[in-house]
Write a protein that binds this ligand. Structure first.
Ligand SMILES: NC(=O)c1ccc[n+]([C@@H]2O[C@H](COP(=O)([O-])OP(=O)(O)OC[C@H]3O[C@@H](n4cnc5c(N)ncnc54)[C@H](O)[C@@H]3O)[C@@H](O)[C@H]2O)c1
Length: 284
């Protein structure tokens, strides 16, 4: 494949939390748009499966590699970013890894250890990714770059099914991303937050099961009557990563099917959803 093909042609991209969900869907689209992709995750087996999927779906991908990285450890994030020095340095950094712990709860019941773990991965991990991306961009004399940090709509709206540590961490991602966007604007480094609404994941579907009331309590907030799909987030990340979004900076980029703009939502059947690429054997 020619190096000039695709919306991300010639860009070196790092994606954290790349082994599943949004990170994997983004890895597939980035590779398909001509980027060189370094997929990072804390889980080695999941990362190997994810790499095989990207290679299967994008056989012409120029360069797709994997690296183990726990984003809560600065030395590992530094090694991750510096490993792309030999490619010519990072152009796109997608700080996407994050956790929502099962023991995360409200102000009374959230254990302090869960609070600290959540902030270490979701906030410090994003900070480390931004820090080492900036150092790399300067080292390589880059005049433009895109850093995308995954936050969540819970950084914007409150929920009566609380995960307080998670919510606080995503609010921090929004705030730090906004400030970095302003600080580095004249260097050409853009920073935006991705704010996904809850996604249709196997975990969520298992958890909702046949409980119609539990399901309705959540789905009623979506104008389309359905949760989002990871591929819909990935498509937004391609736009934010590409030069098409050159004047989009410091935004809480909300991809939620209108959920955060809704009051009374329509009745009727759910709108159709796209199928995630990771579930396919080839790209359409
Ligand atoms: N799924 C949702 O409904 C939803 C909604 C809003 C925001 N988000 C956010 O989107 C991001 C991706 O979530 P997803 O739904 O695709 O989740 P996922 O669980 O499918 O993927 C997250 C990936 O991060 C990896 N990871 C976990 N801890 C890590 C660490 N310390 N270092 C490196 N990698 C680590 C996991 O192994 C996993 O592969 C997260 O930041 C999450 O908070 C998800």
């Amino acid at each position: 494949m020619a190096e000039t093909r695709g919306r991300l042609a010639g860009k070196n991209a790092i994606i954290t939390g790349a082994a599943g969900g949004i990170g994997l869907e983004t890895s597939i689209l980035f590779a398909n748009e001509g980027a060189n992709v370094l997929m990072a995750d804390i889980s080695a087996p999941a990362l190997e499966n994810a790499l095989a999927k990207v290679r299967q779906l994008v056989p012409a991908a120029k360069r797709v590699e994997v690296m183990l990285c726990d984003v809560s450890k600065e030395a590992q994030v530094q090694a991750l970013v510096e490993s792309v020095d030999s490619w010519g340095g990072v152009d796109v950094m997608f700080n996407n890894a994050g956790i929502m712990h099962a023991l995360d709860a409200d102000a009374v019941d959230t254990p302090e250890s869960i609070w600290d773990l959540t902030q270490a991965i979701n906030v410090k991990g994003v900070w480390y990714g931004c820090k080492h991306a900036v150092l790399s961009l300067r080292r390589h004399g880059k005049a433009r770059a895109s850093i995308v940090n995954t936050a969540s709509v819970v950084g914007l709206v409150g929920s009566a099914t609380p995960q307080l540590a998670y919510t606080a961490s995503k609010g921090a991602v929004l705030a730090l991303t906004r400030e970095l966007a302003i600080t580095h604007a004249r260097e050409g480094f853009r920073f935006n937050s991705l704010c996904p609404a809850p996604l249709n994941t196997p975990l969520l579907q298992d958890w909702l099961g046949d409980d119609a009331a539990k399901r309705a309590r959540r789905e009623v907030h979506f104008p389309t009557g359905r949760f989002g799909e990871a591929v819909e987030q990935a498509r937004a990340v391609v736009f934010l990563a590409s030069d098409e979004s050159s004047f989009v900076n410091g935004q809480d980029f909300v991809v939620d099917g209108g959920m955060t703009k809704a009051y009374v939502t329509p009745e009727g059947p759910r709108a159709p959803a796209p199928v995630n690429n990771a579930l396919k054997d080839s790209l359409d």
